[in-house]
Design a protein around this ligand. Structure first.
Ligand SMILES: [Fe+2]
Length: 199
């Protein structure tokens, strides 16, 4: 019997007072973040900033800055410490730096297009990047993978309510809510968001 089943069986039998509080706290409170397509533009070759969470440099700015903050938790809400968030995205013009992206336009030399962050003791991560540009026919989005103990445990995408959400996709309403976040403007050219990833 799984531990969760044990808890529920105990509750059904009216055995609440006999159960340690730690077991009751193990009820699932979050739905796992839905998987989403990896797409054709996962970074290949060497990454100049392989371990950096700073995709857009502080020296130059060629679009709206996005502080992409988040938390990785399990389904019980407990922070996942030491998870690796591996992220890749378009520049503000909607272009990837990838050999398979043949769309015209100069790539941003001072933009990394990808980055990595390891979650802290409270499961937090943060990237400094650009608000991504859209490319037809997709709404703006950011791709990411999460690794635990060097194993990939989730591949998904982040969408933005103010940039069309998951328009054109066929996610259920519930999954859509789990994939979409909101941009909060903190300066004329700077936004932030806070996104929960549940693995
Ligand atoms: Fe994409």
């Amino acid at each position: 019997m799984k531990r969760r089943d044990f808890v529920r069986t105990g509750l059904a039998a009216g055995a609440v007072s006999a159960l340690p509080g730690t077991l009751l706290a193990q009820e699932e409170i979050y739905q796992r973040t839905p998987r989403d397509a990896e797409g054709p533009f996962y970074p290949v070759g060497s990454r100049s900033n392989d371990q950096s969470d700073m995709l857009a440099t502080m020296q130059t700015q060629r679009g709206d800055i996005l502080y992409l903050n988040g938390t990785v938790t399990d389904v019980y809400g407990a922070p996942v410490v030491g998870a690796l968030v591996d992220l890749w995205q378009t520049d503000p013009g909607g272009r990837y730096r990838h050999p398979s992206d043949t769309s015209p336009g100069e790539r941003y030399e001072d933009f990394a297009y990808w980055g990595k962050a390891t979650t802290s003791e409270d499961g937090r991560f943060s990237f400094r990047t650009y608000v991504p540009g859209a490319y037809a026919p997709r709404p703006a989005h950011i791709h990411y993978k999460v690794f635990r103990d060097n194993r990939p445990v989730l591949t998904s995408q982040i969408y933005f309510r103010e940039l069309g959400g998951t328009k054109g996709h066929s996610f259920s309403r519930q999954n859509e809510d789990l994939l979409v976040t909101s941009l909060v403007q903190i300066k004329p050219d700077t936004f932030e968001t806070d996104f929960r990833v549940v693995i």
